[in-house]
Design a protein around this ligand. Structure first.
Ligand code: SAM
Length: 250
């Protein structure tokens, strides 16, 4: 079975609780699907994260649709798109171009189906956004003007590599927005909250029915303090420096 066939066999389109204008493929019982997948493979498998929209993605998608200026006319990348909710929301809000990235081929298949269900065009790619060397921007993220990350701070190893990547993107001028319900490894000091939503969650992977979920913006990097330039009183008079360069005391 191909990823597209599997996703269409296991999921059915349903409106997203906090974002009912978007319809996504949803798995009725994610835990049961996870068990079946592990039995078939005979080895531990990652949970089918693509099987339901996550709290972080729902909050971020809600904010994007409530304030389309966040993405309108811009090149947007949805990092770790799952079934593509945030990417679909960005496209509906008028983004110029939307790329949806996930390392799971099943998530990519779900995101492709989501695009069709909602009548939008997404550039869906199977990419591990953390696989490159530190400090090197993965090609799939090049040119991003807005980077959206829904619910990806749940594992330490991922979070520790994700934050430098997001800082690299911000350093190149991208606006970075994160949706997160307070996962264990959210780097709170690096982020500032810009909105909050009470998000209904389902699918059996959460421990409660509603999660209070923040939308956060990556803070600009703290500039090192500028050293005051003290005029060198022992130097030659202004206008006749030995280097020929005029020194202007500030
Ligand atoms: C909790 S789900 C969130 C999905 C979606 N953003 C949402 O909010 O509904 C996390 C997603 O991140 C993907 N993921 C995890 N690590 C990744 C990586 N290094 N590169 C790309 N995708 C990744 C997983 O495959 C999964 O689909």
């Amino acid at each position: 079975m191909t990823p597209d066939e599997l996703v269409r066999a296991e999921a059915a389109p349903a409106p997203v609780p906090l974002v009912p204008e978007v319809v996504l493929p949803v798995v009725a019982d994610v835990m049961a699907l996870w068990e079946r997948t592990e039995e078939r493979a005979g080895t531990p498998q990652p949970p089918p994260f693509w099987g339901s929209p996550w709290a972080g993605g729902q909050a971020l998608a809600r904010s994007v649709l409530d304030d389309p200026r966040l993405v309108a006319g811009r090149r947007v990348v949805d990092v770790a798109c799952g079934s593509g909710l945030v990417a679909v929301a960005a496209a509906l809000a008028g983004a110029a171009d939307v790329r949806a990235l996930d390392l799971d081929p099943l998530a990519a298949a779900a995101a492709r189906w989501s695009a069709a269900l909602n009548g939008v065009v997404l550039d869906v790619r199977v990419v591990d956004v953390l696989e490159g060397a530190a400090g090197v921007l993965p090609a799939a993220l090049a040119g991003a003007e807005v980077v959206l990350v829904g619910d990806l701070f749940y594992e330490r190893a991922t979070a520790e590599r994700l934050l430098p990547l997001l800082r690299l993107l911000a350093g190149r001028g991208a606006a970075v927005l994160v949706g997160d319900p307070g996962r264990a490894h959210l780097p709170v000091a690096a982020l500032e909250e810009v909105a909050r939503h009470e998000v209904p969650v389902a699918g059996g992977l959460e421990d409660r029915a509603v999660r209070s979920t923040a939308v956060l913006r990556l803070r600009p990097p703290v500039e090192p303090p500028v050293e005051p330039q003290v005029p060198d009183l022992g130097a030659q008079p202004s206008g006749s420096s030995s280097s020929g360069v005029r020194q202007v005391p500030r």
